[in-house]
Design a protein around this ligand. Structure first.
Ligand SMILES: *Cc1c(COP(=O)(O)O)cnc(C)c1O
Length: 370
């Protein structure tokens, strides 16, 4: 069997930074959701993205959940959310008994379409919050999205789970809205095995999120609770992995861009292939290299040809308004996300790939056009 190539797999630093921080946690016996690595990881994320405060949590999904709580989403509240995203963006709306309304993408960004968002505001003027996603490390058109949210005075949460290292006009994604969410799950650009971070410029709100995330314990000797609590705090061991990974984020972005450029050079000339959109204002982290195809070669042909050679790839996210679980909820749009789903492929984007691996992948794909 040929060597397995992954879509995106964990890539620890060559220098072993992660192990040093883990060892420190072991040596000091801080093996809990408390300790220096957590505080320092939060500080380092704040410095990395340029927000004022951060709370380290067990998952990105948990970070979205607590952001929604923080803006007061409750029973029956409408939340706008892109349709073209991972289900983890929308599930926390349901945890809060809210009502998602799905918004279409545009071709310019693949992300939330500002025109569809405007339309949604006309239909649902009482919306409680907006979640925008920066898919595959491409930034949404934040000037327009922020402008619309400000005009209607509605809080904005950025799901930047896939966009650590992505900038919009020089400012880090996740710092435009009231809250930004990052994920360190196994296939993200950096990983802690599992983890999340909620960032904001509102330090008080972040302090409150830390309180909720550690079971909402009031300051009393006995266990006293005046609010619903959650067990969402990141552990000190996991935070150590994060600190080590953050040191190589820039290297990872560089390699991801190299992979994208490689594909573009090798495959760009094939009839009907289009690469995910580039914009002047967008500095993506190129988390995944994605294409759409139109013509005789279908996405499934590409995925199957790669699979035969032990190479992973996958479709673009299936829009949430097409998912059985979310079918009852409204969708505002004109079929862009459906079209991207039907024609899209995420190509292998593992940062451990060599040029030989990349050549092999391109050779297989080009073979389909002959
Ligand atoms: C990965 C991901 C999440 C969830 O993050 P977890 O840390 O896995 O909970 C949310 N939204 C998007 C767009 C993601 O890709």
């Amino acid at each position: 069997m040929a060597k397995k190539i992954y879509l995106a797999s964990p890539h620890m630093s060559d220098e072993g930074y992660e192990m040093e921080y883990i060892k420190e946690a072991f040596d000091t016996n801080w093996i809990s959701p408390l300790g220096k690595n957590i505080t320092e990881f939060e500080n380092e994320m704040v410095a990395q993205v340029g927000s004022k405060a951060a709370a380290a949590l067990t998952t990105g999904t948990g970070a979205i959940h607590l952001a929604l709580r923080s803006v007061g989403v409750g029973q029956g509240d409408v939340v706008f959310c892109p349709s073209l995203t991972f289900s983890a963006t929308a599930n926390p709306i349901i945890y809060q008994n809210g009502t998602p309304v799905f918004i279409d993408s545009d071709y310019e960004t693949w992300n939330m379409c500002p025109k569809a968002l405007e339309k949604a505001f006309i239909k649902y003027p009482k919306v409680k919050a907006v979640i925008v996603v920066h898919l595959y490390g491409l930034s949404a058109d934040m000037d327009k999205i922020v402008g619309i949210c400000n005009k209607h005075n509605v809080p904005l949460i950025e799901d930047a789970a896939e966009s650590l290292g992505t900038y919009y006009k020089g400012k880090h994604t996740g710092t435009f809205g009231n809250y930004g969410v990052f994920s360190f799950n196994g296939n993200k650009i950096i990983t802690t095995s599992g983890g999340g971070m909620l960032v904001s410029d509102n330090e008080e709100k972040i302090a409150k999120v830390r309180f909720w995330a550690t079971q909402s314990r009031d300051s009393a000797r006995h266990y006293q609770h005046s609010e619903l609590g959650f067990n969402y705090r990141m552990s000190n061991v996991v935070a150590g992995i994060g600190r080590g990974q953050l040191k190589v984020l820039e290297q990872r972005v560089e390699k991801k861009k190299y992979i994208f450029d490689f594909y573009k050079r090798e495959l760009g000339g094939l009839e009907g292939i289009r690469f995910m959109p580039s914009n002047e204002w967008n500095e993506p982290n190129y988390w995944l290299s994605c294409i759409t195809v139109s013509g005789d070669v279908k996405p499934l042909d590409i995925m199957e040809a790669l699979e035969k050679e032990n190479i992973e790839s996958r479709p673009i996210w299936k829009p949430l308004h097409m998912q059985p679980f979310f079918q009852e909820y409204d969708f505002i749009g004109e079929g862009v996300s459906e079209e991207l789903f039907e024609n899209g492929v995420c190509l292998p984007s593992d940062t451990k790939m060599s040029d030989v691996d990349l050549q092999r992948i391109c050779y297989i794909i080009k073979g389909l056009w002959k």
